[in-house]
Design a protein around this ligand. Structure first.
Ligand code: DOR
Ligand code: ZN
Length: 429
């Protein structure tokens, strides 16, 4: 059986280094282990061992925009970023609103085999917000869809959202909302604030997000359903989430790495690489989002990895598509914003990047403790190393990273999926 010995790793960055033996797909021994014959040995040298990361929000663009990303290239980016499971958003072409498409995405993910690819099913047919898609058929398909979202679009009709939430309880699935009241963001190009006014961009007000989150929390509470809020971007949304959680609403939420690091000051560059939906917000929002994540008011980090073709980004701001790459830089941005600031330790990182997202999506074999008998889905991180981001060198087909040329802390040095090394020292295995 395939064996891997990780020598001298600090579990969750705590305590003395130990050896971790992986046999088949399982952690078989932890302690002082001498290398069995034929075992692949990874010298960890005191690096941090974490459970493999789980991304609830990835755009893999297949089917339809294979010029910008495929399930294969996106899976490679994920593995290099320390991920062992990703949720592929439904806004593909055709839309993943039926069992044929979700099963295709799921099968292709398995063929590639670098990361578990879980398709997200659309909530409404064609993401049009008019009629519910066949949630039950997708949930019962081979893909076993657990998360439904119209991401890219908001399910803005309260009656449709109510029905989706009610229906979701029977299937025990979660509805993930892209919270954006469309009537408040007509023509919006950037965060409604000083920067946007100065540059003459139509504003995307915080209330467009907050009003939908508040509404949906109440709808979820009345339906007894589970709501997940995608890419929280404003301080007010954190307040609404705290209020809802205090009431006992079954709501979870994610924040993206870019909303933890970047602000609308970036607008001054006029570079559409900084255009994203929801938009980069003010410094006070960023501060509040970090605190909310540290406290658990926001449950987890999700990338919203959104690859785009050069012609859709190297153009004027208003014509550019929103979105930025995230899979390969997520851990480093979380290290810079949450670990180096003292807001989270590595155990906290394991929680927000692996354990909570796995729980939210109901994945039984991801986000598990680092213990004997547990599945060997692992990420090894060198916390002291730094690297310089170069979009052209990332595994994605697209190169629209907002971190171009930035030096970031923490490097993922190895990823294991069920005991198989999928990435090592920046290369796919
Ligand atoms: O910036 C974004 N890009 N936000 C979304 O909601 C959709 C995504 C995309 O698909 O490009
Ligand atoms: Zn979205």
């Amino acid at each position: 059986m395939n064996q891997v010995l990780i020598k001298g790793a600090r579990l969750y960055g705590e305590g003395d280094p130990v050896d971790v033996l992986v046999t088949g797909g399982t952690i078989s021994e932890i302690g002082c282990v001498s290398a069995p014959e034929d075992a692949e040995v990874i010298e960890a040298g005191g690096q941090v061992l974490l459970p493999g990361f789980v991304d609830l929000h990835t755009h893999l663009r297949e089917p339809g925009r294979e010029d910008t990303e495929t399930i294969e290239t996106g899976s490679a980016a994920a593995a290099l970023g320390g991920y062992t499971a990703v949720f592929a958003m439904a806004n593909t072409d055709p839309v993943a609103d039926n069992s044929v498409i979700v099963e295709h995405v799921w099968r292709r993910g398995r063929e590639v085999g670098l990361v578990d690819v879980h398709p997200v099913g659309a909530v409404t047919v064609g993401l049009k917000g008019e009629r519910l898609a066949e949630l039950g058929t997708m949930a019962k398909s081979a893909a076993g869809v657990r998360v439904f979202s119209d991401d890219g679009h908001c399910v803005h009709d309260p009656l449709i959202m109510r029905r989706a939430l009610e229906y979701s309880t029977a299937l025990d699935v979660v509805i993930a909302q892209h919270a954006e009241e469309p009537r408040l963001t007509v023509g919006a190009q950037a965060h409604e604030g000083e920067q946007a006014s100065r540059l003459g961009y139509a504003g995307w007000p915080a209330s467009a997000e907050e009003s939908i989150v508040a509404r949906d929390c109440l709808l979820a509470e009345h339906a007894g359903a589970r709501l997940h809020v995608c890419h929280v971007s404003t301080s007010g949304t954190a307040d609404v989430l705290r209020w809802a959680k205090d009431r006992g609403t079954r709501v979870s939420a994610e924040v993206t790495p870019h909303h933890l690091l970047l602000t609308d000051e970036r607008l001054a560059t006029y570079d559409p690489v900084n255009k994203v939906n929801p938009p980069l917000r003010a410094g006070a929002d960023v501060e509040k989002l970090r605190a909310a994540l540290a406290e658990g008011v926001i449950d987890c980090v999700a990338t919203d990895h959104a690859p785009h073709a050069p012609q859709d980004k190297d153009c004027e701001w208003s014509a550019a598509r929103p979105g930025m790459l995230g899979l390969q830089t997520a851990l480093s941005v979380v290290a810079a914003t949450m670990v180096e600031t003292g807001l989270l330790d590595w155990r906290g990182v394991a929680k927000v990047m692996s354990e909570r997202p796995a729980e939210i999506a109901g994945l039984p074999d991801q986000g598990r403790p680092l213990a004997v008998g547990e599945p060997a889905n692992l990420a090894l991180v060198d916390p002291g190393a730094q690297w310089t981001v170069r979009g052209a060198e990332l595994a994605s087909l697209a190169a629209n990273t907002p971190y171009e040329g930035m030096r970031l802390p923490a490097v993922v040095t190895a990823t294991l999926l069920r005991g198989r090394v999928t990435a090592r020292e920046g290369k796919i295995c």
